[in-house]
Design a protein around this ligand. Sequence first.
Ligand code: KIV
Ligand code: NA
Length: 245
Amino acid sequence: MLTAYDMYTAQLFDEAGIPVLLVGDSAANNVFGYDTSLPVTVDELMPLVRAVTGAATHALVVADLPFGSYQVSVEQAVETAVRFMKEGRAHAVKLEGGRRFAAHVEAITAAGVPVMGHIGFTPQSEHNLGGYRVQGRGDAGVALLEDALALQEAGAFAVVMEMVPGEAAKLVTGKLAVPTVGIGAGPHCDAQVLVWQDMAGLRQGGAPRFVKRYGDVAGELTRAAQAFAEEVRGGRFPAAEHTFD
Ligand code: KIV
Ligand code: NA
């Protein structure tokens, strides 16, 4: 699974054989430039979801429910999920939280909308968790498993685990019938997810330990922009072949 927030990346990743595209609320950081995922709204995410579902022909497209769009009540959760299906034409939704959100997952599923869970480090609860830190260490591994089982019981079709020890992720993956998707959760999950700008090297600067860069999109774009500017300033672009008679 990779994140995607627009048409070109959705098309490319779909054709590259990525089976699941997530329009993450990480668009907050990676599209809108906010410093956390908390401020991004349903109205901001909806056009991105629509762009990705319109471009992908094979991939399952999952829309992330942003902070504040499902926590208020089970009814609010169902309404937001339905909006992402109708207006965004998503195939499924994802929300953060374990046992505390089992009722929400159950109600959304009952409405006919597949739900992906998300436990471990959940960025929308960053302030509640005391910052950006690994979850599920030691005794907390039991709570992680209970959260995962509650989500499965509630009808979740898959569970994302973020920033948990590899052994805890292995245990949960072994106990669950539905697939786990890891991010900073070691090699034993059934699937893996990364934010595409991290995976492809568009984001500059320090990245978390779990990120691997498979490309240098930042370098490539910088080189292209510099070459364009240089050729325009030097009078080499546009040339005759770019000019109408
Ligand atoms: O918003 C996001 O990108 C996510 C993934 C990292 C799982 O939730
Ligand atoms: Na997210």
